[in-house]
Design a protein around this ligand. Structure first.
Ligand SMILES: *Cc1c(COP(=O)(O)O)cnc(C)c1O
Length: 388
């Protein structure tokens, strides 16, 4: 039986084949594999696209987060790592990398509950936590990492206001939201830095790992360029504890070829989301992603994620699988419940929304090149399940 995949990278490659093959051939011809001309070109193009002064290519989205944090520790604190007493506020309902980068930077992740309608961090809880610390006469929080989950922007007005009032940095985890916006501004251009992932399944994905940091702060950009090359401007005489975390020339070449398609593909994602909204509304145990005219314009639907109430999720997933429809759970477990974080994080309150959400979410196929008839096959299968 043929099955409908979450994403069809072979189909996408066929669609862009000529452009991609040419880009790769250019690399084969010039043989400049490390920080070749494509890396600079991609950095320049994405900086212009997002509307920031600097973009710095790195080896993955995870390293983009970690290197941002390390650069901030060096710039703001004059030390290589943060201290365990330094707290960084983020969401527990995200990919592991967000929290893992905080641990590796030396700081302590502080998990704050999400808003159940948007799946994103609830800024009112960030404010409450900071107020409670200040009432005790201390402020251990140094920064915030909002995650634009599934391609939807966090409330950046509220988050930037809290940050500015309290002297905190903001790293936008934009791994799932390339091309997304908040009130007309591109995500990744609003915080102190933005971090991007080019993991193959992301809205702009390479043929392997890759990532990028965006920032308007030249001094952070300068430190980042050192960290990704062993920690110095001169790799034979280094200043900082560094990494080998460069973006591959070959990945940059593929990404440059694919960048031309990203706006069109994001539009196609929105179109599929619109069909899902139309076809799946009013089915009782399903909650569709929050939608309004304004939010639809800004949302880039990295995932189309349903909430399945009444503990029907695993039955629905099984039924879909038997009927040739893929689906995925992003994410089955909150970060604060994982072994690695348990004794190394702080939780603000009970994180009930996050825990409930982890039990209910189910993402369904959203391949930009998917035919409308295929989208309708997905909705038909879901409707059949709920009408039996
Ligand atoms: C994918 C992802 C990352 C990590 O990116 P990699 O390129 O896989 O290292 C970080 N945060 C979020 C929210 C992600 O979805």
């Amino acid at each position: 039986m043929k099955s409908i995949p979450m994403l069809d990278l072979k189909l996408e490659y066929e669609y862009m084949k000529e452009n991609i093959n040419q880009a790769i051939q250019k690399c084969l011809d010039h043989q400049q594999w490390i920080l070749g001309p494509e890396v600079k070109e991609l950095e320049t193009k994405i900086a212009a696209y997002i509307g920031v002064k600097n973009c710095i290519g790195v080896s993955s989205g995870t390293e983009a987060l970690l290197l941002s944090l390390r650069a901030l520790a060096i710039k703001l604190r004059g030390q290589e790592y943060f201290d365990r007493t330094d707290e960084i506020v983020t969401t527990p309902f995200t990919f592991t990398a967000t929290g893992d980068a905080i641990l590796r930077s030396g700081a302590t992740p502080v998990f704050v509950d999400i808003d159940a309608t948007t799946f994103n961090i609830d800024s009112s809880h960030i404010r409450e936590y900071i107020v409670s610390q200040k009432n005790e006469g201390r402020l251990s929080v140094v920064g915030i990492i909002p995650v634009h989950l599934y391609g939807r922007s966090c409330d950046m007005d509220a988050i930037m206001k809290i940050a500015e009032e309290n002297g905190l940095f903001v790293i936008e985890d934009t791994a799932q939201a390339f091309g997304g916006t908040w009130k007309g501004r591109r995500l990744g251009s609003i915080g102190t830095t933005g971090s991007f992932s080019f993991f193959p399944s992301k809205n702009l994905g390479g043929f392997g790992d890759g990532g990028m940091v965006s920032t308007n702060d030249d001094s952070i950009a300068e430190i980042l360029r050192m960290l990704l090359k062993h920690g110095g401007k001169d790799k034979y005489n280094v200043d900082h504890i560094g990494y080998n975390a460069r973006l591959d020339t070959l990945q940059a070449a593929v990404l440059l070829a694919k960048l031309k398609y990203v706006d069109d593909f994001n539009k196609r994602r929105k179109k599929i989301a619109k069909i899902y909204h139309r076809e799946l509304s009013g089915i009782d145990p399903l909650v569709l992603p929050f939608s309004s005219n304004e939010s639809e314009e800004a949302h880039v639907y990295h995932q189309f994620t349903l909430r399945v109430k009444n503990e029907k999720r695993s039955e629905l997933q099984k039924y879909l699988m038997e009927n040739g429809v893929s689906s995925m759970i992003y994410y089955p477990l909150c970060l604060h419940a994982m072994k690695v974080f348990k004794d190394r994080c702080k939780n603000v309150g009970l994180l009930n929304n996050s825990e409930q959400t982890a039990k209910e979410v189910l993402s369904i196929p959203i391949e930009p090149l998917m035919a409308t008839s295929t989208v309708m096959e997905v909705t038909a299968a879901i409707k059949r399940f709920f009408s039996q």
